[in-house]
Design a protein around this ligand. Structure first.
Ligand code: ATP
Length: 235
């Protein structure tokens, strides 16, 4: 492959207190790729994302972002390097309006999207401009959360289960947005349990089980391996 590796995770181990959550995780993401981490609840996907963002202190291994080992860096430094994280709980300010949520995030890297560009991507949010986060539907909240991280100027976007709990029609809208972001040149790491959603979008899939990557599949390799993947997902 010709495109450059943006993020490389090598032999990552992580602990919560005495309890070990990651057992030597390895995967990488190349420039412009959309990759997924697939795996059942508790497999270690969220922990891997939190390690990348500097949110898990007790860990060993190397996390190389554009040539720099960021494994020991503080979360704000990692954000400033251009990695943005949209957690499962979405991380929007529910007491603030859509307008305030989009105007608030500090633009920490160069080239963050303008509010107008974000509203072009999520026209639904325009009608909800003055609504507080609490009044939004789950889908609108997810779109606002994605909009917020696009304001930061990050080039590597990390999403933890963006489709969770959302209606199929909204899941489709989110898929369209992720495709647009990929077309714009963003590199995207997606944690998913919704294999149908993930399989349409991703260039490569990493199957996580018991704190490590146990299988790797390119888009072309999916066809013959669906049953195997579904078994890992426990469905
Ligand atoms: P989910 O989709 O449920 O988030 P996951 O694949 O993301 O699943 P993790 O959340 O990374 O899995 O969990 C990995 C392991 O770490 C699990 O055994 C989990 O119980 C444990 N764990 C996660 N968060 C904590 C925490 N704050 N304290 C202690 N153990 C934790």
């Amino acid at each position: 492959e010709t495109s450059q590796v943006v993020l490389d995770i090598a032999d990552l181990h992580a602990w919560y207190g005495e309890s070990k959550a990651l057992h030597g995780m390895n995967f990488d993401i190349r420039e412009g790729e959309l990759v997924t981490l697939l795996g059942r609840n508790g497999a270690g996907k969220t922990t891997a994302l939190r390690c990348i963002m500097g949110l898990v202190r007790k860990k060993t291994g190397v996390i190389t972002y554009r040539g720099e080992n960021v494994a020991k860096r503080a979360p704000e430094i990692i954000a400033r390097r251009g990695i943005a994280y949209c957690p499962e709980e979405r991380g929007i300010f529910s007491s603030l309006s859509v307008a305030e949520n989009l105007e608030l995030p500090p633009v920490i890297a160069k080239g963050g999207m303008t509010v107008d560009e974000i509203l072009e991507l999520f026209p639904n949010l325009k009608a909800r401009w003055q609504s507080p986060g609490t009044k939004l539907s789950g889908g609108e909240q997810q779109m606002l959360a994605i909009g917020r991280i696009l304001r930061t100027g990050a080039k590597l976007l990390i999403f933890d289960e963006p489709t969770e709990g959302l209606a199929p029609v909204i899941v489709k809208q989110i898929a369209v947005v992720l495709e647009k972001l990929k077309a714009r040149g963003f590199t995207i790491l997606l944690v998913e349990q919704n294999f149908r959603f993930a399989s349409k979008l991703a260039d490569r899939h990493f199957v996580v089980d018991h704190g490590k990557v146990v299988e790797r599949f390119s888009r072309d390799e999916l066809a013959g391996n669906e049953a195997k993947i579904q078994a890992y997902l426990g469905v």
